[in-house]
Design a protein around this ligand. Sequence first.
Ligand code: 8YV
Length: 316
Amino acid sequence: MKDEAKANPSILALIELKPADMMEAFCAEHPVTRDAEARDGIEVVLTSGARGLSGEEIDEFPDLRLIAVNGVGTDAVDLDTAVARGIHVTTTPDVLSEAVAELALGLAISVRRRIGEGERLLRSGGWSNGQKPRLGQALTGCRAGILGYGRIGRALADMLRALGVEVIYHARKPHDDAPEAWRPDARTLAAESDVLFVTLSATPETRYIVDAPVLEALGSEGTLVNVARGSVVDSAALAAALHGGTLGSAALDVFEVEPVAPDGAEDGLLRAPNTLFTPHIASATNEARRAMAELVIANIDAYLAGSPLPSPVTPA
Ligand code: 8YV
């Protein structure tokens, strides 16, 4: 790349692409700055699904033409402001679906089979002192409800079916090509499910779609698994259901406020029984992150070349 382009960067990286060699190559071949204060001349902002770019932030960039999201969620990007300004927004769909579905499956198995609890019992010396591990619940043979039937929900349905799990789902409308049976709302889905997997997009309409009545419908033997966004679950209601024993168990990869601090806002949830928590790692595999980085860079390259964008989410 010419020195001139390096001196006048047009791409602001708000995140680091992983694996690190992808970021190094991206920076070597593109006019990138990591200076979070850069504004003038910035045409492309590279951000993540969790970080996004707010409307106020978008307004600070007079020359912005592309918000390239390294992820699939756009809830943290102000799409209305982007559309009004004619700014393109791209994401990295498909390439992370299996990684996210795989973590959802792992969380369900782990929390129901008490894998974390068993490990803690062993490491603490409880097992060698005669304490017995508690019985878990099987996943095989269960009925799973999938709330949100997009690419991730479908990848998860394929995996669950292979394990002998019956799958039902809720989406706004039934999908004609779905092998699973549709349910008209989250509560009906929960009432008929042993495990409720949440994989839908976070929007104003889906905020707290998993509320106290949905958790009650899932019941004292039921399990909630959330790999979508924290905002779709009412976490105060979830903590209350777990502490009160009206919900069996929960495994969460996403939270209303991230990152979660041990004694912070989610304290009630963190102290709840029969829970398993991971730090928003559903797409964090070497394979998925490399494929995401390739796709986000392909979108940036297409913008720079004036070519059609591979995975746009807004008409701009
Ligand atoms: C990542 C995500 O946390 O795809 C999303 O929307 O939340 C995750 O894949 C993140 O975007 C990685 O940069």
